[in-house]
Structure formats: C-alpha cells, structure tokens
Ligand binder design. Structure first.
Ligand SMILES: Nc1ncnc2c1ncn2[C@@H]1O[C@H](COP(=O)(O)OP(=O)(O)OP(=O)(O)O)[C@@H](O)[C@H]1O
Ligand SMILES: [Mg+2]
Length: 310
C-alpha cells in the first residue's frame, strides 16, 4: 500500500470568527499529483500554510510524512518544496546564484550543488540566462526558476500554489510538463489552482474546495460519476458482435481500465485516446466496428456545480 504523506483531520482555520478552512479531512499518497481546486478565497493557500507550519490551525490536525507541522515546522520545511503564489528571489543575484544559495541553505555539498544547479537550469530551460540577474526575468522565467529552486533540495513533496497564474499558454505547458517531470522523480505534488483544465491535464486526483469546505474529492473519473473504474476517457463503441474474447482483449490493452458491455455497445474507460488500438482489437476478434465515440470527462460541470453550491 502506498504511504500516506499528507493527512488532515477536521483541519480548521478561523480568522476573527471567519472560517477560511472548515473541517478539512483528506489524505494524499506518495507519488500522487493532487489537484487542489477551488475558486478565489476557497482556502487553498491557507491550507498549504497550515501544512507548512506557517500558520497555526484553529482546530483539527495535520500531518506531513507523519510530522506535525505546527510542532516541528523545520522538519516539514526540510522535506517540502514550496512554490508560493508570489515567488520571491534575490532579484540582484543571477538564477544560478539563487539556486546555489538555496542549495547551501539545504546543506548540499558545493560540487553537487553546482552540478545540480546547472542540470536543473537546463531542465527548466534557463541555461542560457543562468548568469543573468533575476530582475531581468519575465514572470514565466521566474516561475520556472521557482520550480528549479524547490527541485534542487530533492523534496519529498512539492506544494505549488497557482504556479501558472499570469503565464502564457506555452509557458503554462512548460510548467505542466515540469510538474509531470517532478512526479516521475517520485515527488508528491499538491497543485493548487482555480483553473480546472490545467489540473485535469496533470493530476490523477483532485479535491474541490469551496468556502473552506472540501466538497468533492477523488480521481477525475470517479468525480465524473460515470465509472467507478476511473480513467480519463470514456470510449463507446458499437460492434456487430461482442464476445467474451473481444472484451478480454480490450481489457488487456495498455491504458484500458474497464470494459462494460451494454446492449450492442461497449463502454471502455481508459487513460488515453485508444481509438486506434480499440478498432484494431475489434477487427482482430472477427467483429465489425459500427461506430466509435470518445468523451473526455468533463470535470468542469462538476467543478462549477460544487463551487456554486458551497
Ligand atoms: N491573514 C488573514 N487574515 C484574515 N483573513 C484571511 C487571511 N488569510 C486568508 N484570509 C481569508 O481566508 C479565505 C481563504 O483565503 P485563501 O488565501 O486561503 O484562499 P485561496 O483559495 O488561496 O484563494 P486564491 O485562489 O484567491 O489564492 C479568504 O476569504 C481570505 O480573505
Ligand atoms: Mg491562494
């Protein structure tokens, strides 16, 4: 079983009688990219601040890798990389000098720090401007440097607070790719955003926060309420002849999570667009493809509904 790395129980934060985070209970497992979705003022940043020990909960409890952030904030900071909404660097230092400084704070040996800084600057596409002062950087460049800055300490977790705000489409794509890259390196990620399409692109599971309350939580497919098996796409095929053999070959396709037979149709839940592979499997099983439809889970409707209701 995967290790639970973030756990909150009835976590609550009130400011002068106003409840910013209201009895939040959630669990995030190692290796997940968890999308923390919610409109402005929902309580996302406040939650992160409590997980980091930067603000004290008014009620409930939080644990990050078993550590209570209020009691041991330094321990938590050692294992978590935090990219705040407004990322702050030493503006008159270069990108490389900023990374070097972070590496030093995290006690990385000098040679390793240099090597890592150079390799991460390349990963985030800043090699050419590595020795330029940060005050010459655009917002997108600063965000990418921010990602390198948390990555250099090899965190167990990364908390990214609206990392793509104010970034153009190409820059956004770059950041989403970097987030996926961090996850491949086994860094668990909490990605806060109010932008559903982005969360949908990279996150396996989301929690929707509205007015401080967690109104929905689960895998994208599960939240769609259309299948218990998950999967980002639902492909519906009409076949001339369905057979147990066909169903089991479809189930064996890489990326297929579930196949349900309904009348003359097969409903296939999968995590990518497998129309080509599915068509071939049908023909290969001596059946005939009469029609094929693909639908991506539309979380937007759900998000809007919950955000309105809360
Ligand atoms: N220090 C504070 N004092 C008083 N109220 C606060 C404080 N910090 C946050 N709040 C309030 O708590 C609520 C949640 O704020 P929070 O910043 O956590 O939301 P958010 O989901 O991060 O929103 P955004 O998408 O705008 O960043 C808001 O109503 C905000 O005004
Ligand atoms: Mg915020």
């Amino acid at each position: 079983m995967a290790q639970v790395v973030v756990e909150t129980q009835d976590l609550t934060k009130t400011y002068d009688g106003f409840t910013a985070v209201d009895c939040l209970s959630m669990r995030i497992e190692e290796g997940e990219i968890f999308g923390f979705l919610g409109p402005n003022g929902a309580g996302k940043t406040t939650t992160l601040l409590m997980l980091l020990g930067l603000t004290e909960p008014s009620g409930g409890a939080a644990h990050v890798c078993g550590i209570n952030p209020t009691r041991e904030p330094l321990k938590v900071k050692r294992i978590v990389g935090y990219l705040p909404e407004r990322v702050g660097f030493y503006e008159d230092l270069t990108a490389r000098q900023n990374l070097r400084y972070t590496a030093e704070l995290n006690s990385l040996p000098r040679a390793e720090a240099e090597e890592k800084a150079a390799s991460l600057l390349a990963t985030v596409g800043l090699s050419e401007v590595a020795d330029h002062e940060v005050n010459t950087f655009s917002r997108g460049m600063k965000q990418r440097l921010g990602i390198a800055d948390i990555w250099i300490k090899d965190p167990k977790l990364a908390f990214l607070d609206e990392p793509t705000t104010g970034i153009d489409p190409q820059g956004t794509e770059d950041i989403l790719n970097l987030i996926a890259g961090m996850a491949r390196r086994k860094i668990t990620i909490i990605f806060c955003s109010h932008l559903l399409p982005q969360v949908q692109k990279v996150c396996g599971r989301v929690g929707i926060l509205a007015k401080g309350r967690l109104v929905a939580e689960g895998s994208i497919g599960h939240l769609g309420g259309q299948t218990a098996a998950g999967g980002r796409y639902r492909i519906e095929v009409e076949v001339a002849r369905s057979s147990p053999g066909l169903i089991s070959s479809l189930k064996r396709l890489k990326g297929v999570q579930d196949v349900q037979s309904a009348g003359g149709s097969l409903h296939i839940a999968c995590d990518k667009d497998l129309r080509g592979e599915i068509s071939r499997a049908i023909v290969g099983n001596d059946s005939q493809l009469l029609g094929i439809k693909i639908e991506e889970y539309n979380l937007e409707k759900i998000y809007k509904k919950y955000a309105r209701e809360a």
